[in-house]
Write a protein that binds this ligand. Structure first.
Ligand SMILES: [Fe+2]
Length: 323
């Protein structure tokens, strides 16, 4: 709980303005050329939306302003992800424009939507995410299955959600609202936890599977977060992977961290460790991920070190044991 938000670069600082549950969202279709939603409409019988077509992404690196030219010059990079709250759709960083002109896919990754909370998704935050996707021509957007605020207070952290039936019902509604307001498919990321709520009724994998079943949302599986939960909570990554509907997988995150006093800190500021790559291999034994992305948010290493970590990811994807 005391660790700085590891997966929260540029932590959301905007004042919370989530609409209370039961309040109709205002229309917030972003200006500009609309990208048609690739999903089918809700089905009349279940109210759920089926998953979208998978986009093949390849191997990518998190774009951060501190390493913009490093990312630009990284050989063989297929795509990048940018923290949605760190860009303005009307004034994209030159580096992202260069990458887009080169045909590199850019995916906005939100950190502040808070779909795991009790409030309805904030229309302004959704509109900003939609604007980012349209400005970048992105095939999808991603966020976290996380609890980040309540009662006007920001946690400053991507906290795990209570995995209960009541929570699932609330979150599924939030996800459905978000999907309806976004112009492209949405994928949600599993969290790195340092606590577990009492009285969970589902494992993480089961909860995500239920959410996919109910809403058609896609999944962003962070294998470093699975490692974090293994160390901190005793979770079995292989068992959780077995429970996940991997056909809904949009892409995978890989990141580094470090152990402090027996607690794994998902820092994104340290090298990727072998146990994390082993979980990636476990995942690859079950499915071919459409994309894998290396996240690095601080303590940036030389470009060659980032290249080495990307190569290690590629070797796992190729099924090589040479790391
Ligand atoms: Fe992540």
């Amino acid at each position: 709980m005391t660790t700085p938000a590891p997966d929260l670069p540029g932590s959301a600082t905007a004042s919370p303005s989530a609409a209370p549950r039961g309040t109709a969202l205002r229309g917030n279709a972003p200006a500009g050329t609309a990208t048609p939603r690739t999903t089918a409409p809700k089905t009349a019988s279940t109210g759920t939306m089926p998953p979208e077509t998978t986009t093949r992404l390849g191997v990518g690196l998190g774009w951060r302003s501190e390493i913009d030219t490093v990312v630009e010059r990284q050989p063989g990079l297929d795509w990048v992800e940018v923290v949605a709250e760190n860009i303005c759709a009307d004034h994209l960083p030159d580096s992202l424009t260069v990458l887009r002109e080169r045909g590199v896919t850019v995916v906005p990754h939100g950190v502040g939507l808070g779909l795991g909370g009790a409030d309805l998704p904030d229309p302004g935050r959704l509109a900003r995410l939609a604007d980012a996707a349209l400005a970048l021509g992105s095939p999808l957007v991603t966020e976290h299955l996380a609890f980040v605020r309540a009662g006007g207070l920001e946690a400053g952290h991507l906290l795990p959600v209570p995995r209960t039936r009541d929570s699932l019902r609330v979150i599924a509604e939030n996800v459905r609202i978000a999907r309806e307001q976004l112009p492209v498919p949405l994928a949600l990321e599993n969290t790195a936890a340092q606590l577990a709520w009492p009285d969970d009724e589902f494992s993480e994998g089961e909860f995500l599977a239920e959410l996919v079943e109910r809403t058609g949302v896609r999944l962003l599986i962070d294998v470093a977060n699975l490692h974090t939960n293994r160390v901190n909570l005793g979770l079995d990554p292989a068992a959780e992977l077995d429970r996940l509907p991997l056909e809904a997988l949009a892409y995978v995150h890989v990141a580094g961290g470090r152990l402090v006093d027996g607690v794994w800190h998902d820092t994104h500021a340290h090298p990727v460790t072998e146990p994390v790559l082993e979980i990636l291999a476990e995942l690859c034994a079950r499915t071919t991920p459409p994309g894998v992305l290396l996240e690095r948010d601080a303590n940036f290493p030389p470009p060659s070190e980032l290249a080495g970590e990307l190569d290690a990811i590629r070797r796992v994807l190729e099924g090589s044991t040479r790391r």
